[in-house]
Design a protein around this ligand. Structure first.
Ligand SMILES: NC(=O)c1ccc[n+]([C@@H]2O[C@H](COP(=O)([O-])OP(=O)(O)OC[C@H]3O[C@@H](n4cnc5c(N)ncnc54)[C@H](O)[C@@H]3O)[C@@H](O)[C@H]2O)c1
Length: 332
């Protein structure tokens, strides 16, 4: 197959591109390097079946050219900072909605058979039941969830109207090697492992999150890229199905750091800043996120095999040799 991976220089996209390239597929990476990095793809850049294009998904012609001759598109390019989306919902909507429309248009005009769309569990908003299955109400808390859900609706519409097969992957909290710095796990690892300082927990730490190791997520991605399941549009939750509290996460990171630390609890106001780390507290933080992954298990035979402990160990190993990567601006 020839596959266009938008956002292929990013965290998840680089794992998708790497996996496909190593399987012998032709891979075209389209990325504007706004948050992605050549460091993420340097190890595959010289492979003869990998082509890297510096371009923007908002440039419809560039997307069209990159999609030429492709059998499939994996659309991972996006604006995914919740704070940026709150501050500038129009920019968020442009990249995530218009960028997705450009990808879908290119798929129609270039006869691309399948589009995998990187969606987000953020489309559900606050959980009204747990675990959250794919039919859970979609009431996004932040503009980011609205733009990601809009992208899904365009996938559905293009499938119905033009017959292009589309598949939305609703990622939980994806973590692992090459994760970008700014989310809770990376904050904990940076403090406990790199700086020998205690993780700082906002609130009571009983918030639950569904963490999925990046290589497990990419396995499901590739199954859905290579095999046809379900109808012309399908959405799948991509999580571990396991709820982990933030305090348990902090304890795990401390244990793996080998440092004698105790987590610190702090309660800055929503939209305020930590007096210890300076970190911004996202307004309307979700209480719980736990995905029901039975649809993917049932239909594809995929099983996320990596336990949180093992995946976090691997992320820690990676960051120990790439610590400078987390000196960049913290993303929120
Ligand atoms: N990481 C997660 O836990 C998570 C959770 C839910 C959804 N997602 C979705 O997965 C996708 C990838 O996320 P990630 O964590 O790898 O983020 P990332 O920031 O590492 O990757 C995004 C990539 O897209 C590129 N990009 C951004 N805007 C672009 C544009 N206009 N044109 C071309 N390239 C552009 C960036 O340079 C970057 O390489 C996103 O669509 C995101 O919404 C991620």
């Amino acid at each position: 197959m020839r596959v266009l991976v938008t956002g292929g220089a990013g965290f998840i996209g680089s794992h998708v591109a790497e996996h496909l390239a190593k399987e012998g597929h032709e891979v075209v990476i389209l990325d504007n390097f706004s948050t992605g990095s050549i460091e993420n793809i340097r190890h595959i850049a010289s492979m003869s079946n990998v082509k890297i294009v510096n371009g923007d998904v908002l440039d419809a012609d560039a997307v069209m050219r990159a999609a030429d001759g492709c059998d499939a598109i994996s659309h991972h390019a996006a604006q995914l900072e919740i704070g940026s989306a709150i501050r500038d919902p129009v920019a968020d909507a442009r990249i995530n909605i218009e960028g997705t429309i450009n990808v879908l248009e290119a798929s129609v005009r270039k006869n691309v058979r399948k589009v995998i769309y990187a969606s987000s569990a953020g489309i559900y908003g606050e959980a009204v039941r747990l675990p959250q299955d794919e039919d859970h109400p979609k009431r996004p808390t932040w503009p980011y969830g609205v733009s990601k859900y809009s992208g899904e609706l365009y996938c559905l519409q293009y499938s119905q109207f033009y017959g292009v097969k589309t598949c939305a992957l609703r990622y939980g909290i994806v973590y692992g090697e090459r994760e970008w710095f700014g989310r809770v796990l990376t904050m904990f690892i940076k403090r406990a492992v790199l700086d020998n300082k205690p993780p700082v927990i906002f609130g009571d730490g009983r918030q639950m999150r569904d963490f999925i190791y990046v290589k497990d997520a990419v396995k499901l991605h590739n199954i859905l890229l290579e095999e046809d399941h379900g109808g012309s549009f399908e959405a799948y939750n991509v999580g571990s199905g396991v709820a982990t509290s933030i305090r348990d996460l902090a304890e795990l990171v401390i244990e793996l750091s080998g440092n004698a630390l105790e987590p610190v609890y702090e309660d800055p106001p929503e939209g305020g800043y930590s007096s210890i780390t300076g970190r911004w507290r996202i307004p309307k933080e979700l209480r719980n996120l736990q995905l029901d992954i039975s649809k993917a298990l049932r239909e594809t035979g995929w099983v996320p095999r990596t336990r949180l402990r093992e995946g976090v160990e691997r992320e820690i190993e990676w960051v120990k040799s790439n610590a400078e990567r987390w000196n960049a601006r913290e993303r929120v």
